[in-house]
Design a protein around this ligand. Structure first.
Ligand SMILES: C[S@@+](CC[C@H](N)C(=O)[O-])C[C@H]1O[C@@H](n2cnc3c(N)ncnc32)[C@H](O)[C@@H]1O
Length: 302
């Protein structure tokens, strides 16, 4: 790994390994602008793509959010030849959708600190890249998208400014983010179940705050985009009703496993985690999702 964190040797999961599907290694002048960095990274992304629970996390996020995300991305007019950046691509479902839309002449760069879950596809170039530490090419992209990444990063406003600079004049930025300060139960199997579910959400909020996340980031995005110099800001907000088996409910169940140690540190017990899992799997469970913000803006044309 280089000092900047971009993996470029074939000895470890390297840049050669994360090459585009046409077989060309993701090297060359294109990548010079990604090298070098700021030398100080983000303190505490709470999840881990190396966890055995990461695949379920990515599956739930894709099922729950891809229809919202891709409908919004379509509004930009994305099409063949566009050059896009998907930041913190996770399981890669949105990056793959973008690559299909820009084919056959466009390129999508999918980055992540741990990019091993992103599949190889034509037109998709996968990079190990830390959006806090590593450089970005300037004025390069027609479209940049990030979902549920900046929420976790204490440096989110600095990252937002860097994403803005990475857009070509007139280019689009779309951030899809949660506001986890809202998400009430609608119908619970019992009063005890309601209290337990609310205690679980509160512990999760405390845990994310400890890790450096900002649970209300979703509602701050439009103003933060304006402050970063973006224009034509447009926000869409969605709520879902979650029942047992809904992707959003399965995501919460997954949290009880993936975030177990952090939730215990935040005051939950293993017994309570087991019980709240049972509550969320009960056919009588019904809750409102947290608000899902999808905010678009453009870099001013020069
Ligand atoms: C909550 S997941 C969301 C994944 C995907 N965007 C989605 O919505 O399905 C956040 C992703 O951001 C990545 N990530 C966290 N910190 C990052 C950083 N500093 N630079 C790049 N990616 C990062 C994580 O590894 C993870 O894959």
């Amino acid at each position: 790994m280089s000092a900047a964190g971009i993996r470029e040797t074939s000895a470890s999961p390297g840049l050669a390994e994360y090459s585009d599907a046409a077989g060309a290694a993701a090297t060359g002048p294109d990548l010079a602008a990604w090298r070098g960095g700021y030398g100080h990274g983000s303190v505490g992304y709470a999840f881990d793509n190396d966890s055995i629970h990461a695949t379920e996390q990515h599956r739930c996020l894709a099922e729950m959010l891809d229809p919202i995300t891709t409908a919004r991305l379509s509004e930009t007019g994305i099409g063949p030849g566009w050059r896009c950046l998907e930041v913190g691509a996770g399981g890669g479902s949105v990056a793959i959708w973008l690559a299909q839309r820009v084919a056959p002449t466009g390129t999508v760069f999918a980055t992540d600190i741990k990019p091993t879950h992103i599949p190889q596809r034509p037109g998709l170039r996968v990079l190990a890249h830390d959006i806090v530490r590593d450089r970005l090419p300037e004025a390069s992209f027609d479209l940049i998208h990030a979902r549920l990444v900046l929420l976790h990063l204490p440096e989110r406003r600095r990252v937002l400014r860097r994403l803005t600079e990475a857009l070509r004049p007139g280019g689009w930025l779309q951030l899809d983010e949660f506001d986890i300060s809202y998400g009430p139960p609608l119908a619970m199997p019992s009063e005890g179940a309601r209290e337990l579910y609310e205690a679980f959400l509160a512990a999760k909020a405390r845990m994310f705050a400890t890790a450096g996340a900002d649970g209300s980031w979703g509602r701050q995005v439009p103003e933060a985009m304006r402050d970063a110099g973006l224009v034509d800001i447009d926000a869409a907000v969605r709520l879902q009703v979650w029942r047992a088996g809904s992707p959003g409910t399965r995501l919460l169940v997954h949290h009880t496993f993936h975030l177990r140690e952090r939730l215990i540190d935040a005051g939950m017990t293993d017994r309570e985690l087991e019980e709240v899992r049972a509550v969320m799997c009960d056919p009588q469970f019904m809750a409102v999702s947290c608000p899902i913000f999808s905010v678009q803006a453009r870099r001013p044309p020069t």
